[in-house]
Design a protein around this ligand. Structure first.
Ligand code: KIV
Length: 269
């Protein structure tokens, strides 16, 4: 009998049933080649609207459009074969109404082949999440520090610092769960609150800057690889220094071109 096992994509059911058993591993991806490199190692590939800052050089995620997300999500789906691909709905493409959220999500799902969307917001987004999940669109929630609300939050600030804020976050998590989300990102939130939420709900919590108390972790890949150098949040661990590698390679190339050492005889066609 063949020893080759069929490799299939993770499903939302796989992610749901991981709770309490095994940590969920998630990284962002925006391009096909990076998706291909990450795919063997993660459960979820998140096409985050962080691409606005990391790829496009914007100062926030607010200028990101649905067309940008769709272009990058299609690339990530094509570059992967086993991870569940989740796509952020960008600012102003879902907050207006649940119908607007459905139209945006339907475009993402139909035009990219991704398996789920992510929506920022808690209690105020519960009705929208329920509307989508009842109509065949799996939703990942996102609570705590929600970057699309940077202007109302007053900056990228840690959330859940006092009792009232902590209680609001637990209520947000419960609302997202009750609305049918299959998992929820908790971003930039104090450990005690992330732990309380992870205990209180039955769907996996995916932390970013929210401690090891969460059921899984996500990082922006360009942070983890040391490729994005504008700033590094405290919660990021750099597993590589690719900016240094790129700098050294570009310098070596430039030096060799100037010295007429490249191309050498072996590169001449
Ligand atoms: O946009 C993004 O990459 C995200 C993660 C930071 C969770 O939402």
């Amino acid at each position: 009998m063949s020893a080759i096992r069929e490799v299939r994509r993770r499903t939302v059911r796989d992610i749901l049933t991981a709770k309490g058993k095994t940590p969920v591993v998630c990284l962002t991806a925006y391009t096909a080649p990076m998706a291909k490199l990450l795919d063997p190692h993660v459960d979820l590939l998140l096409v985050g609207d962080s691409l606005g800052m990391v790829i496009y050089g914007f100062g926030s995620t607010l200028p990101v459009t649905l067309d940008m997300m769709i272009a990058h999500a299609g690339a990530v789906v094509r570059g992967s074969s086993r991870s569940l691909v989740v796509v952020d709905l960008p600012f102003a493409t879902y907050q207006e109404s649940k119908e607007q959220a459905y139209r945006s999500s339907a475009r993402v799902m139909a035009e990219t082949g991704a398996q789920a969307v992510k929506i920022e917001g808690g209690v105020e987004m519960a009705e929208t999440i329920e509307f989508l999940t009842r109509r065949g669109i799996p939703v990942m929630g996102h609570i705590g520090l929600t970057p699309q609300s940077v202007n109302t939050l007053g900056g990228f600030r840690t959330q859940g610092r006092d009792e009232a804020a902590a209680a609001r976050l637990v209520a947000d998590a419960r609302a997202v769960e009750a609305a049918g989300a299959f998992s929820v990102v908790i971003e930039g939130t104090v450990e005690k609150v992330a732990a309380a939420i992870s205990q209180a709900i039955s769907i996996p919590t995916i932390g970013i800057g929210a401690s090891a108390a969460c059921d899984g972790q996500v990082l922006v890949t360009d942070d983890l690889l040391g490729l994005f150098t504008d700033f590094t949040p405290k919660f990021v661990k750099k597993y590589a220094d690719l900016a240094g590698v790129v700098d050294a390679a570009a310098k070596a190339y430039a030096d060799e071109v100037k010295a007429r050492a490249f191309p050498g005889p072996e590169h001449v066609v």
